[in-house]
Design a protein around this ligand. Sequence first.
Ligand code: SF4
Length: 337
Amino acid sequence: MSPFDYIRAGNVGEALQAGAGEQVRYLAGGTNLVDLMKENVERPVTVVDINRLPLDRIEELDGGGLRLGALVPNADTAWDERVERRYPLLSSAILAGASPQLRNAATNGGNLNQRTRCYYFYDVATPCNKREPGSGCGAIGGVNRIHAVLGGSEQCIATHPSDMCVALAALDAVVRVSGPGGDREIAFSDYHRLPGDEPWRDNNLQPGELVTGIDLPAEDFTQNYTYLKLRDRLSYAFALVSVAVAMRLEGGTIAEVRVALGGVAHKPWRRPEAEQQLHGVAPSPQAFGAFSDALLAGAVGQGENDFKIPLARKAIVRALKQAAGATPQSQTDKRVA
Ligand code: SF4
C-alpha cells in the first residue's frame, strides 16, 4: 500500500473541501477501496473519511418515497421495515450479495461506487485499460468467463458487480450528489457508464463529487417482483447473470414492467423500449421469450463467457414468470436471528 494523507471530515462541506485535490478518494465502509489500496490498484494521495457525515438515515420523502442515506449500511437498508415492506425487490437484491459481515460494513454510496471484480483489474502485473489507460485489456482474448456480453468496447469488457444497483435500476432510483458545483440529481440509468473509450470512468460523477443519498420513488412493486441471481456458489459470489423484475398487473395483463440485468454489462442493463412490448400483454412464455430476445439483442460472447447469453435468456424468462406469479426468489435464508 502506498502512503497517503488521511483526513476525517465532519460534514459535507468539509468533505468536499478535502475532496477537491488530485487523487482523492472518499472512504466509507472501505470494503472495496481498502482492498484495492492494499493491492496497489488504487493509490490515492489523500483519503477523506466520510463516516461522520450525517448521511446515515433512511427518511420519508414527500409523495411517499424513501431517501436512503449514502452511509446507511447495506444490511440496515435491507432490513429496514419500510424498505422490506415497500421495496422488497431492493431488500432481496441486497441480501443476495456479499456476506453478512460485508453487508454490515458496506454502505449504500459505496455499493454504487464499488469497482469491477475483473481479475486483470486487480493484478497490477497485467494490462488493464481501466486501471492503467492505454495498457490494453487482458480479458479480451484472455480469461473472461465473468465478463460482459452487452455494451462492451474494444477497450474493456468488465461488468459492474453490484446486486443492489440492479434493483435500483429497475426501481428508477435517483442518485443525489454534492460537489464543488453544488447539489444535483442523477437518474439511476445515467449514473453508471458503458466503457466506451474511457473505461477508467465507471460512472458520471465529476471530480470531487460525493454521493449523499439515493431516492426511491413511490411505486407499488410489492406483489409482482423478483431478484433472480445465478452464480457459481449459493452465497458470497458475484452474479454470472442476475435479473431484477418490477411488475404491475391489472386484470391479468401487464400494466407496467421493468427488467434490469446484472453480471452482463458495465452497468445494470435495461432497455425501456423493449419493456414496452410487454405492456398490455398477458404473461406467457412466448411473450417473455420474445422480450428476452429484445433485451439481449446485440449480445456478444468473448469465448469463455458465451454461456451467459443463453443463460440470461432463460433467467429473464424465469424471473418474469416468478414476478408474474408473485413467487419471488427467496432470500429468507439470509435472515440472521
Ligand atoms: Fe481492465 Fe476492463 Fe479489460 Fe478487465 S475488462 S482487463 S477491467 S480493461
